[in-house]
Write a protein that binds this ligand. Structure first.
Ligand SMILES: NC(=O)c1ccc[n+]([C@@H]2O[C@H](COP(=O)([O-])OP(=O)(O)OC[C@H]3O[C@@H](n4cnc5c(N)ncnc54)[C@H](O)[C@@H]3O)[C@@H](O)[C@H]2O)c1
Length: 416
């Protein structure tokens, strides 16, 4: 049995979805009007298809409770779906989470071994830094007499039921095997990938998703402002044609490779074209903040990697750099991010560097005047050093990754 605390969009959908899957679910909310509405088999908001589902499950698999105590006592899992609004400083306000925890914790005993799952959206590190200490401040030991997990929700209002019942994937953030096992029992019937990740990763994935979507929208709006300023640009048509790029549809090219971290973009086009549109936009009296930030982050990512390398690798060590072209399957080394990586490493005092690229060694050597060695083969490069920096995601490196076992690797492209 499961208790869902907070019966808003997410909580009620979750409660009904888990009831539909055959679980007995108790639902609780501090808003008595809402509880009464649901008890009367009326959906408290509009969401296509859910009224019938509500009528089917209320008082059957889905039980409304005015006092949380019985529900919590009878449940193995308690899912928090309360709101997490911004406080006056912009931080996620945990007051509803804490007040729900107060009620829940006062209803359970230590040897009940309950699992408390946060489905509300909470910023990365919140479970570890705030929820666990809060629970422990009430005399419980997490991982011993209470188990915690998070389970971010990706449903979209307007499609809530379908998104919940047919999700793309399920994410369980937990550092606890018992919690993972019990959560798996709930979700295995959904027949989609169930990913078990750390507490912080679980929370981070939700923000990865929402901030990316927000960025795309603001990016599109910034571009519409620039277009308006320049004039005689049919914005709607331009965006529709932009959407015909086959990279959106994944075959054979793929937009996913752009929404992926690395060590920055390079090559002939993205750096200069972004720069040129920033300049053009300034000429038309508009300061394009997103595009400027795009360039800024593109330069900041390189020193970020260097600081990670510097932390572990003494200055007199050898370093092997795999990949010189700005992207795999190309020998183009114009504005390749690795040139900045090598420049920064040299500036920091690393002198023993060997580089290898399947096809761009010569061109790179001719173009950039670095005092580094070049290897003729992958094997020669890998034998040179214990410290390996992967700067381009060439297939050869992935295919031969066995040879990189036991090396200290900086995978700047997250390809291994
Ligand atoms: N709405 C969405 O599309 C969506 C999607 C994914 C994730 N989320 C996240 O899910 C969480 C809930 O969002 P929502 O849209 O369902 O919010 P909501 O405001 O619709 O629902 C929250 C409910 O929690 C209740 N509540 C508050 N304190 C409580 C307590 N102590 N005990 C029991 N109930 C309590 C409120 O009365 C309310 O009914 C938020 O963290 C939100 O960011 C929302």
């Amino acid at each position: 049995m499961i208790t869902v605390a907070g019966l808003g969009f997410v909580g009620l959908t979750t409660a009904l979805g888990l009831a539909e899957k055959g679980n007995i679910v108790y639902g609780f909310d501090v808003d008595n009007n809402k509880l009464q509405t649901i008890k009367n088999k009326k959906l408290p908001f509009f969401e296509a298809g859910m009224q019938e589902i509500l009528e089917k499950h209320v008082n059957n698999n889905f039980k409304i409770t005015q006092t949380l105590e019985d529900a919590v006592q009878n449940s193995k899992i308690i899912i928090l779906c309360v709101g997490t609004p911004s406080d006056e400083t912009g931080k996620a306000d945990l007051k509803y989470i804490k007040s729900a925890l107060d009620t829940i914790l006062s209803s359970i005993k230590k040897d009940d071994k309950k699992i408390i799952v946060t489905k509300s959206t909470i910023p990365p590190s919140t479970t570890q830094k705030e929820i666990i200490p809060y629970i422990e401040s009430k005399g419980f030991k997490t991982g011993v007499d209470i188990f915690v997990a998070n389970n971010p929700e990706f449903l979209r209002e307007g499609h809530a039921w379908d998104d919940f019942i047919n999700p793309d994937r399920i994410v369980i953030g937990s550092n606890d095997d018992y919690a993972k096992e019990v959560m798996y029992q709930i979700y295995k019937t959904f027949e989609v990938p169930v990913h078990f990740v750390s507490l912080n990763t679980g929370e981070f994935i939700k923000y990865l998703s929402n901030t990316f979507l927000a960025t795309l929208i603001s990016y599109s709006n910034e571009m519409s402002i620039i277009a308006d300023k320049i004039g005689e640009i049919d914005i709607k048509t331009a965006f529709k044609i932009f959407h015909e790029d086959k990279r959106w549809y994944g075959n054979p090219a793929n937009m996913q490779t752009y929404a992926y971290p690395g060590c920055g973009f390079g090559g002939y086009c993205l750096p200069k074209d972004t720069q040129a549109l920033v300049r053009k936009s300034l000429e038309f009296d508009y300061n394009p903040k997103i595009l400027e930030s795009v360039l800024k982050v593109n330069s900041e990512i390189k020193p970020h990697w260097i600081s990670k390398i510097e932390k572990d690798v003494p200055k007199d060590s050898t370093l092997t750099i795999l990949g010189l072209s700005f992207k795999p399957e190309s020998d183009d080394i114009r504005q390749t991010p690795v040139s900045e990586i090598i420049r920064l490493l040299s500036e920091k005092g690393y002198k023993k560097i060997m580089a290898y690229d399947p096809i761009s060694n010569d061109l790179f050597k001719k173009t950039y005047n670095f005092e580094i060695k070049y290897a003729n083969t992958f094997e020669e490069a890998v034998n040179y050093s214990e410290n390996i920096i992967i700067a381009t995601g060439w297939k050869e490196f992935i295919q031969k990754k066995e040879l990189l076992k036991n090396k200290n690797i900086y995978d700047l492209r997250y390809v291994l």
